[in-house]
Design a protein around this ligand. Structure first.
Ligand code: 6R9
Length: 635
């Protein structure tokens, strides 16, 4: 029996039991057999959730890019590592072999070094889904620089906040990006952001759309000439197991985004292990995850997990609707994709379109389908199963988070019988617990509660960059001794988990986590706005859409409401990005508040969702009269 590759349900239970009985020897065996170490660890695990402090494979030394690239050169040098599919289907796809990847990453790493980047420095990457994105990530890891990829749909303000939070010395970007039929002026956004970022010394610019851009003397450099001159070999920096690998920002329920910090060895071991099992990856498969590398899904399951297994991983630059709604299926057919991993929001959007877009393509190469990012509703699950998988491909509904680094709950295809809307069973090494509101663990089956994890796994985030206290407060204080996920879940009669959604103030729109607070902050900057509150309401494509309740200042009362709505959304676009725009904006005279001044979002959510017959007790409110007023004018 191999711990590394599980093939049937009985084996899963055996491996799972073993992993829980003795987690250290379980992970040690995997680490030993499947990776390349420069020095072995002294200690597998050291942890204390009360501090919290978590250390995996302490004493070990390695470089993750040696594991993702170099060690495959002998056996898979000419195999495609990254298969790049451009935005425009008329542009040829690019096959980057492991050997070519080695050369391109090495050259890029040398360019970073020549531009003053050293181990431990932070580099922000603001690039579209082009090969340079994956290559720059790996180049940072090659020399021990800490990468922080910022999704290229974020606004200048959001970019500046993140660049300053991690005190990046360098930003890597491109002249612009393609998005379907449109182009986006990325460099212009970077220029605007960097007016607020005095710490950035260098901007490397990849050429993608050949637009005319402004190059600031002494700061901005075209990437290609530097790469052309760079030496094609770069000795990897030897890293300690717990050296930082990257920072990735995620929304919090309050205030600033959280820079989740991931470290080297544990992240590598866990993402590689879960990639292999969750997708049942085999040597000649072509694996495609449609996420953007700007999110954790792209980090773990486009770049690190697949490459650590010597896989072929597809990188798609475009959107599912360009040139038409058959694009995903066109790519599956063209590259004979075997594993396809996407988000429920994409599935719902495609399911709305004519079925011919699916049926006119040959999807017979597919073996496993995956979903991630939010709960998948039953209808979308069946559409995916019937029309894409033709009822032959197991669907892995993978539940996990930026903070968890890798998939924690998911079926193992061909082993775990799937059940629509259920993420099913914990991965080996993962010990979930459901907690009640008083902090007690709820044992047994057919129960629901708040989802916690009782024991560390190798890829758990180690901290929030620059704010360990907030890390402790957010994840380890609600249920002392346990990691609190922020999600609610139920456990059915056979022990399968179903994630029911966030129990905090994060709303997931089209698979993007949006905190209510930063959006409200953006709206409140509008000169006519006094106060606002955002809630989510169900939306058949996006999963959730945003409903905003806005109190106007007296000076705003006379203004045209539709113009105000446009301006508010413009404000949000500037501060956060278009993904956070509100679908509905209701102007209200007040917001329901508790006596301590907290907005009762629970009530606002029910109003937005039209569930007003059961509003709960409103008598404890400071201003119960406002509730009726809001209900009478609901949109
Ligand atoms: C990987 C990723 C994390 C939050 C998470 C949960 C939701 C993710 C899910 C899911 C139900 C799934 N979520 N996968 N909910 N079923 N299969 O998405 O990370 O962007 O940090 O979001 O997404 O609410 O807590 P991240």
């Amino acid at each position: 029996m191999s711990n590394y590759h599980i093939k049937h349900l009985e084996e899963y239970y055996q491996v799972y039991r073993k992993s829980v009985r003795n987690p250290e020897s379980f992970w040690e065996e995997i680490a030993e057999e499947h990776f390349m170490w420069r020095k072995r660890w002294d200690n597998v695990l050291d942890w204390d959730f009360s501090k919290p402090e978590i250390k995996w494979f302490e004493g070990a030394q390695l470089n993750i890019t040696e594991n993702c690239i170099d060690r495959h050169l002998y056996t898979r040098g000419d195999k495609t590592a990254i298969l790049f599919e451009p935005n425009d289907p008329k542009e040829e796809a690019e096959h980057i072999t492991y050997r070519q990847l080695h050369e391109r990453v090495s050259k890029f790493a040398n360019v970073l070094k020549e531009n003053g980047i050293k181990k431990g420095d932070r580099v922000c990457i603001y690039l579209p889904m082009i090969p340079e994105l994956a290559i720059s990530v790996l180049a940072c890891a090659r020399i021990g620089a800490i990468h922080s990829v910022i999704f290229a749909g974020f606004s200048a303000t959001a970019l500046a906040t993140r660049v300053n939070d991690c005190k990046a010395k360098m930003v890597i970007t491109s002249d612009g990006s393609y998005r379907g039929a449109k182009t986006i002026d990325l460099k212009g956004i970077v220029d605007e952001a960097l007016e607020q970022c005095p710490g950035v010394q260098t901007v490397l610019v990849a050429k993608r759309i050949n637009s005319k851009i402004n190059m600031k003397a002494g700061r901005d450099k075209w990437l290609q000439p530097l790469l052309d001159d760079a030496y094609a070999d770069c000795v990897p920096e030897i890293m300690d197991a717990e050296d930082p690998l990257f920072i990735l920002y995620t929304s919090g329920s309050t205030g600033r985004p959280k820079g989740m910090l991931h470290t080297t060895a544990g992240y590598m071991v866990y993402t590689a292990y879960t990639f292999k099992n969750v997708f049942q990856y085999k040597e000649d498969d072509v694996y495609w995850c449609t996420a953007d590398i700007g999110w954790i899904t792209g980090h773990s399951y486009i770049v690190y997990g697949p490459l650590a297994n010597g896989a072929t991983t597809v990188m798609f630059e475009g959107v599912p609707s360009f040139p038409d709604y058959g694009r995903f299926w066109d790519i599956v057919e063209k590259h004979k994709v075997t594993q396809f991993y996407t988000a429920p929001t994409a599935i719902r959007a495609l399911a709305k379109e004519n079925l011919d877009y699916v049926t006119e393509h040959d999807l017979s190469s597919l073996k496993v389908l995956g979903t991630v990012g939010e709960p998948i509703n039953e209808e979308a699950w069946h559409w995916y199963n019937d029309h894409v998988g033709k009822k032959k491909c197991p669907i892995v509904d993978t539940w996990w988070q930026t903070e968890t680094g890798g998939v924690l709950i998911s079926p193992i295809p061909f082993a775990t019988p799937t059940k629509p809307t259920y993420a099913t069973l914990p991965m080996p090494g993962i010990q979930p617990a459901l907690m009640d509101e008083n902090g007690k663990e709820i044992k047994g089956n057919q129960v629901d509660g708040r989802l916690c994890i009782k024991f560390p796994w190798p890829s758990i985030a180690r901290s929030i960059w620059g704010n360990h206290e907030r890390y402790k407060e957010t994840y380890f204080s609600a249920f002392p001794g346990k990691y609190f996920t922020g999600d609610g879940a139920l456990r059915d009669e056979v022990g399968y988990y179903r994630i029911t959604g966030r129990v905090d103030d994060v709303i997931i729109v089209s698979g993007h986590n949006l905190g209510t607070a930063p959006i409200e902050d953006a709206i409140n900057e509008h000169p006519a706005v006094a106060e606002s509150a955002i809630v989510g309401f169900p939306h058949d494509i996006k999963g959730n859409a945003l409903y905003g309740y806005v109190i106007l200042k007296e000076t705003g009362e006379s203004r045209d409401r539709d113009n105000l709505r446009k301006e508010i959304n413009q404000m949000i676009t500037e501060h956060i990005g278009p993904i956070a725009k509100l679908n509905k904006i209701q102007f209200v005279p007040g917001l329901p508040k508790t006596r301590s001044g907290k907005i009762m979002r629970r009530i606002l959510r029910k109003i937005a969702c039209n569930e007003t017959d059961n509003l709960g007790d409103t008598s404890t409110l400071l201003n119960p009269e406002v509730v009726k007023e809001i209900m009478d004018n609901v949109l």
